[in-house]
Design a protein around this ligand. Structure first.
Ligand SMILES: C[S@@+](CC[C@H](N)C(=O)[O-])C[C@H]1O[C@@H](n2cnc3c(N)ncnc32)[C@H](O)[C@@H]1O
Length: 212
């Protein structure tokens, strides 16, 4: 059995956590995660297809990095994070951002096959049910499209494994699962098809790319 997160976050816990984090999110997490975010957006920019869904768009840190020929729809559960994303779009005049919706990425309102690419950056270990997130992204991305994640996944062994296990009970206040395993997100047959690429800092994060 794959290791599973000790503490599941509910949607309400996510909203509460990110209400607290919204004000300081960019300052606290912006730079440590910037390389992973840049790698994921670079990959999205390289892939064919125009219509991109960014799930868990947060404060919109990645939005300015998409090529102008990509049309972006961002969704998030947190009103407070989205408010900052909207301010960023306005401030930087990001004309390729079509929509920012308050919506659950596990159960969206989009029709099947609405997007060419779905991107989830540092969100897979936050959503209450990562398996439902993946199933929903498969539904809304058209066949021939791509699904990208960048995330921290539980180390397989060593000091990091033990530290992440010890941190796990703090999931609720952190707003993410330090002990999140890739097997909680992807079924074995999908994992076989995925390309995994460690990214800085120190391979702490992984870029996951999956053909749909
Ligand atoms: C760690 S932040 C990442 C934000 C952004 N992707 C980034 O790279 O900075 C996780 C975000 O996912 C959002 N989130 C968590 N569960 C969600 C869900 N089920 N549907 C949509 N957004 C969700 C949170 O509100 C938060 O804004």
């Amino acid at each position: 059995m794959p290791p599973s997160p000790h503490t599941a976050l509910s949607a309400d816990a996510v909203k509460l956590a990110y209400r607290r984090w919204a004000m300081v999110y960019d300052a606290v997490f912006g730079s440590i995660s910037s390389f992973g975010r840049r790698c994921a957006v670079a990959e999205a920019n390289r892939l064919p297809g125009q219509k991109v869904l960014e799930v868990g768009v947060g404060t919109g840190l990645a939005l300015p990095s998409y090529n102008l020929d990509k049309r972006i729809t961002g969704i998030d559960l947190s009103t407070d994070m989205l408010k900052r994303a909207r301010q960023r779009v306005q401030r930087q005049n990001l004309s390729n951002v079509d929509n920012l919706f308050e919506m659950d990425a596990e159960e969206t309102n989009f029709e099947s096959g609405s997007f060419d690419i779905a991107v989830g950056m540092f969100v897979a270990s936050v959503v209450p049910h990562p398996d439902r997130l993946f199933a929903e992204l498969k539904r809304v991305v058209k066949p021939g499209g791509h699904i990208l994640f960048v995330n921290h996944f539980l180390a397989q062994k060593g000091i990091r494994y033990h530290v992440e296990r010890i941190m796990a009970p703090a999931s609720k206040s952190l707003g993410w699962h330090p002990d999140f395993s890739i097997e909680s997100l992807l079924p074995p047959e999908e994992l076989k098809q995925a390309t995994l690429q460690p990214v800085h800092p120190f391979g702490l994060f992984t870029l996951v790319s999956l053909p749909r």
